[in-house]
Design a protein. Sequence first.
Lengths: 422, 500
Amino acid sequence: MKVLMFGWEYPPHVYGGLATANYGISQGLHAQGDMDITLCLPRPFGDEDRSACNIVAMNAVPIAWRDVNRDYVSQRVGNIMDPDLYYRFRDHLYADFNYMHVNDLGAMEFAGGYPGNLHEEINNYSIIAGVVARTLDYDIIHAHDWLTYPAGIHAKQVSGKPLCIHVHATDFDRSRGKVNPTVYSIEKNGMDQADCIMCVSELTRQTVINQYHQDPRKCFTVHNAVYPLPQEYDAIPRPDHTGRDKVVTFLGRITMQKGPEYFVEAANMVIQRTRHVRFCMAGSGDMMDAMIQLAAERGIADRFHFPGFMRGKQVYECLKDSDVYVMPSVSEPFGISPLEAMQCGTPTIISKQSGCAEILDNCIKVDYWDIHALADAIYSICANDSLFNYLKEEGKKEVDQITWEKVGAWIRTLYLRTLGWE
Amino acid sequence: MKTICLYFEIHQITHLKRYRFFDIGTDHYYYDDYENERTICDIAERSYMPALNAIGEMIRDNGQMFKVAFSLSGVGMEQLEMHAPQVLEKLQELNNTGCVEFLAEPYSHGLSSLANEETFALDVKKQCQKIEEYFGKRPTVLRNSSLIYSDDIGAQAAAMGFKGMLTEGAKHVLGWKSPHYVYHCAMAPNLKLLLRDVELSDDISLRFNNSDWEGYPLFADSYIDRIARFPEEEQIINIFMELSALGIAQPLSSNILEFIKALPACAKDKGITFSTPTEICMKVKSVGALDVPDTLSWVDEERDVSSWLGNAMQREAFNKLYSVADRLRIADDPGINQDWDYLQASNNFRFMTTKPSNVGLDRGIYSGPFDAFTNYMNILGDFINRVNALYPAEIDNEELNALLTTIRNQGDEIVYKDKEIARLHTLLAKYEDRSEKPAAKPAAKKASAKKPAAKTTAKKTSAAKTASAKKPAAKTTAKKTSAAKTASAKKPATKTTSKK
């Protein structure tokens, strides 16, 4: 089965959770054996893992005719695309886009990531998708998140092939209900046009059904998974905190959606009662200054630390050095980070308003607003070794069973159903 | 002739309230009064009363032929006393017919049999006393919480003077043997064992209303037929369940009471009788010993204690709880003893299970095992603090026991001496009466009331002597302990003295 997939970011150039999920899904689908995946990315760097899918660099696809020779093409974009593919695309131009900002190859540049002119880039992406959709051969279209929905719709209109969209987040999660109308309209349009909507959790599925008024029969829950820890990270030792201060960690963007203020308030309650616990709020975000201020106001700044943004190995070192990982998200479509914490053997507390709560049993779930319950759970893990050990061992065992291969198999089934082949 | 032994368990726990760790040390009340009242009233209304009424009718209609046994946990009885006394009245009424037997079980419905022999013995004794108070007869047959049994527990039960014990007819223990005989404990030949027929019991208590079950619908005549078809030698059919199975697990709308009511008549047709556990233990001889090296119970597929002690959290809670058992028994503080009963209830541990179970588990206010564990450990933290605060920690159990025994003995001695003084005074008064000196009498009486610790020899009462009499009482303790400890020991000692 041939799949034309539209993505926005891909490891190792990670901007948000979307890259990890996209990578996992492609790998999981590839593991099914009979999948031929073409993934379109706005601005690949050439160092992406291409074992699971062919990557099409959208910034090297011509949308206006230029008479360039093969050597020049090879020299310009050879590291990200096969020159022959360039000529195949050039044979399928469908309109004159010379009025746009095209370069010497007739292609458009992308800034990559999430720049200020995001809406413009989304539009450009969908224009280029028209060329790709006319050139390649595929059975089904799969678009990841709202940025690529317009491209997906375009491809569907050109080819008549069914469109699956993957909802990694909705604007309702990001804005606590106060949606951006432009984003909402793009999301809604994508969902209306889709033949199959894959949501990362039942929570998201309900949002899609109720807030975007979609037919429940075409909405399916496809939970995310997590990759086994690389050897390098797995080998990081867990420091023994017996008889010393316990460490409780929050790790993520410090924004409204993640509920950092509930973490500070719970920390305050714990510190008032017991002295042998330290709190760590790793990450950065728009609410960071407010949180530093809040911690100072509560008078707990001596035991409440802000180590700042972490990447790569630092994340795992931090997780392994923690006795409790807390994710008090107000609204989390899925949330892969608790799964990573559990892989590290760190007992985890998550909010019931997180999508991953639907598939996890060996972690403590509390309502994000219930700071008493949160504080109680933190204290309990720090004070009772049996609970700590149980969550550490059983949590790891549980999360090891959640693999992208299983997700891939489920997505393949959904493809077959959408195509009517099954 | 075949006989059916029908037995119902009546037990409800005292629900614990939401107790955060901030409450440790500030709040010593652990119970959810609203939830307690709500559940017990609901169960009494939907299950206990209708079921007991039905049983009352059955006894009335069938004369002395229908018999039944109950066991009530002490904590359950307390709940009933408080919120649904009509259930206890009804039980007393049934007791008067003479067709009902009440069994012994641990007062707390706890797991003390697995932890501490003396605590277990006390626990059972306390319940027996309560049963005797209510129903006028001391139980002779024991059933442990959730039918927990092993050879050791059996031996202990025999040592406590019980004739028989009820337990589970678990496949892994019986093997090829049938539960329809009386067995005896491998370590105590005098203790008879009645084994629950798992299938016949569960057909009623678990499956009666399940329309997917192939035996659905179950009728009394076919049920009794099944019993009648057992080989002639298999004579004892033990059907044990919770009373709440009639009405809660199997709703009244399933006509379960009509089914139960029809049983005696159907049994009579087939020549099957009903017996109480004691009757069986008296009449029927054991066919052999039953080896139970590992503990068994009537819960879950495994029929062992894994639903209470299956994971590390449950074991930690259990060990922490019983770590203070000896201290508590020695201290014998009424307030703490009451909390001790409620905290021991096995249900508290069941809430923490992480085992998948095909029988639905209602965890009450807890959202999951971790929540249940956290809440229980918070309460336990406060409780253990209170136990430790009773007496200084540096006095270990043995020493404390010796001290308290001394104090108690002295108390007893003082009581004895008081009586002796009173006796001698009356004697003296008589003599004085005879020698016609009535004026001296009231003066002597007054003096004696003031000096309670005086020795028997202190016939002549003087202030100086009383003071000296106090000293030797304290001295006995001082011999055993160091000077620092004597101070603390003296306090309660003098207290008791001053009370008397």
